[in-house]
Design a protein around this ligand. Structure first.
Ligand code: PMP
Length: 389
């Protein structure tokens, strides 16, 4: 039997066939003219997807955590103060990375399912002098989307650089790096970028690059140092070969194909599609009387749903959903890990995937004793998916 299960976790996601085919292409020399053109074009396309025409893109073999560490390693010197907006598991990780690179970290925590209000952050920024403000755009452990635009603007007003973890948001949730004057927007390939795991991606503003150039201490990692990678990225963008460490050639083919598809859809259309799909899922969960981890609709991400199990249900529901042909993820936030599950909905996802997923969850719940009539959640999702502009 072919594997027809639908992978609906918050990364890795289902990938487009053309992207997967690029992974299987013959691997060229990383200094061949063909590869130079593809890598250069992928870097140009990143600027368009990030909405950062003057940003400096970096593509390095690694995962999202490496992109986080690359930002910290290059922009923070020992003793610098960092303000971390903490919305959960991945904000904890970023704080730990900053500490490891010598930053003095102050955290502004938020109760699970919420994000700190911009006023609270304004107050924190005014009470000390911070080199960087760090925010997780979509916290994958709670499904909370932070109000990132006012936060990065506040950082600017207070003379701090902003570093935004976009691993669960880039190319899906609205983010306008240049317009908002954000300094680093980082992600990984396996989520809304739509490429198998293995690429750390970030775009740095001209101001971030100046800050790095003004360092007095060396970056504490050779592999992460912009000094090694900047000449490489600049060379490929100028369509010239260069070498520091072997690039993951086939992943970069796939990146170029996927970014091309993203731009063919158009960023505004893509943001709107994710918003619609997010609303369709939330309508379905509400019809099933399920509670979400995000406490307010305005904080609910469009890229994933974090849903509390209904009373009497637990993680065995995930096996039931899998039986129905859809793979979803368990909880991640340590304080509520066993009480909720997560459904990813980003990237190449279609309305049909929404219905397949909602249908599978409905059937699994019926199998677990739910008395909600079959089709209730599907109807709610359909109503949103079939709205006219
Ligand atoms: N930040 C966020 C918001 C994430 O969702 C993830 C991965 N789920 C990471 C960072 C870390 O990325 P990776 O697993 O690719 O290292």
């Amino acid at each position: 039997m072919p594997d027809r299960d639908l992978l609906m976790i918050p990364g890795p996601i289902e990938f487009e066939p053309d992207v997967l085919r690029a992974m299987a292409d013959k691997t060229a020399s990383h200094v061949s003219p063909e590869f130079v053109e593809i890598f250069g074009r992928a870097l140009d396309r990143m600027r368009q997807v990030w909405l950062a025409p003057d940003g400096q893109p970096f593509v390095v073999a690694g995962s999202g955590t490496l992109a986080m560490e690359m930002a910290a390693a290059n922009l923070v010197q020992p003793g610098d103060r960092a303000l971390v907006i903490n919305t959960g598991y991945f904000s904890d990780r970023m704080a730990a990375i900053l500490v490891r690179h010598g930053a003095v970290v102050t955290q502004v925590p938020a109760p699970i399912g919420t994000a700190p209000a911009p006023d609270e952050i304004a107050h924190a920024l005014a009470s000390d002098s911070y080199k960087v403000l760090v925010v997780t755009h979509v916290e994958t452990s709670t499904g909370v989307r932070a109000p990132v635009e006012p936060l990065v603007r506040l950082a600017r007003q207070h003379g701090a650089l902003s570093i935004v973890d976009g691993v669960c948001s880039t190319a899906a949730e609205v983010f306008r790096q240049a317009d908002w004057d954000a300094d680093v927007f980082l992600t990984a390939s396996q989520k809304a970028i739509g490429v198998p795991p293995g690429l750390a991606l970030l775009v740095a503003s001209p101001r971030a690059m100046e800050t790095w150039r003004a360092r007095r201490t060396p970056v504490a990692s050779v592999y992460l140092d912009f000094a090694e990678w900047l000449p490489i990225m600049e060379a490929y963008m100028a369509r010239k070969p260069a070498y520091f460490a072997t690039p993951p050639v086939n992943l970069i083919y796939a990146l170029d194909v996927s970014l091309g598809q993203i731009l063919a859809e158009g960023m505004e259309a893509r943001f709107a599609r994710h918003a619609r799909i997010g609303r369709a899922f939330r309508a379905a969960w509400q019809a099933l009387d399920l509670s979400l981890v995000p406490l307010e609709e305005s904080l609910a991400a469009n890229t994933l749903s974090a849903i509390y199990y209904p009373s009497g249900a637990d993680a065995t529901l995930l096996a039931g959903i899998k039986q129905e042909g859809v793979i979803v993820a368990g909880g991640l936030h340590p304080e509520i890990r066993t009480r909720y599950f997560r459904v990813g909905h980003m990237g190449a996802i279609t309305p049909n995937d929404v219905l397949a997923t909602v249908g599978a969850v409905e059937r699994a719940l019926l199998g677990a004793g739910s008395s909600t009539p079959p089709g209730t959640a599907l109807a709610a999702a359909q109503a949103v998916l079939s709205e006219r502009e």
